[in-house]
Design a protein around this ligand. Structure first.
Ligand code: 13P
Length: 251
């Protein structure tokens, strides 16, 4: 049985003050949750205080990006060492917004995954197709390519730790969620690719989250699908009340 993993992705929202008050509230609401791994991903400026607030709680903190070098002349970037030192546990990588607005390629994302693993943190690798890809029947090819190139060179031991987040781009921030059946079918195809790369045993252990307009209303049905092991939540993760409802749906 895979434990459900519910992660928030605040994106470019939440000042440090806002993050602190949200996490104080969330921590109290979800304090008795045992069967869900709870993660909150926030902007760099909020991470240090966020880690302190959730210390000794059942919530872990994620960054939303990283640069794949330890240190050096990379103005404006943040290294895995910096994240690790303040207590960040997860790093969201390859989000479709980063692929689209910052031209991130599969090979660059692969470098980031390796850097994050090398520093003992866990990558959450986002993959997913555009609407035109789905309409043209290319969904599985797109996901397969993002997985094969994104996970290139990883050992089975490394793969086992990684979280995959399937986020159909047409469902992100649009209110259009994939139906549980469509999401399940795609998650199954994703697990088949993981099986092809890492073997059945590892693929069955790996967490595959769904992301894209997941909310308190649709979470339970999505999370009840066999191959949907959690959620990566944008809009609905900004408020403790709506985010905690999704967490309870996974419990
Ligand atoms: P929404 O939940 O706002 O659709 O965002 C999903 C997402 O992109 C999470 O990474």
């Amino acid at each position: 049985m895979r434990k459900k993993v519910i992660a928030g992705n605040w994106k470019m929202n939440m000042t440090n003050k806002e993050a602190i008050s949200m996490l104080i509230e969330l921590k109290e609401i979800v304090k008795n949750i045992k069967n869900v791994t709870i993660i909150v991903g926030g902007p760099f400026t909020a991470l240090s205080d966020a880690v302190k607030i959730v210390e000794k709680s059942n919530i872990s903190i994620a960054a939303e990006n990283v640069y794949p070098k330890d240190a050096g002349a990379f103005t404006g970037e943040i290294s895995p060492i910096m994240l690790k030192e303040i207590g960040v546990k997860y790093v969201i990588l390859g989000h479709s917004e980063r692929r689209e607005y910052f031209m991130e390629s599969n090979s660059f994302i692969n470098e980031k995954i390796k850097a994050v693993l090398a520093h003992g943190m866990i990558p959450i690798l986002c993959i997913g197709e555009r609407l035109e890809d789905r309409e043209a029947g290319r969904t599985n090819d797109i996901n397969r390519n993002q997985l094969i190139e994104g996970l290139e060179g990883l050992t089975k031991e490394q793969a086992e730790k990684i979280i995959i987040a399937y986020e159909p781009i047409w469902a992100i921030g649009t209110g259009k969620t994939a139906t549980p059946e469509i999401a399940q079918e795609t998650h199954r195809a994703i697990r088949d690719v993981l099986k092809e790369i890492f073997g059945e045993e590892i693929s069955e252990k790996m967490t595959i989250q769904y992301g894209g307009s997941m909310n308190a209303e649709n979470a339970e049905k999505l999370l009840s699908q066999k191959d949907i092991d959690g959620g990566l939540i944008g809009g609905a993760s900004l408020k403790a009340e709506s985010f905690s409802k999704i967490i309870f749906a996974g419990e």
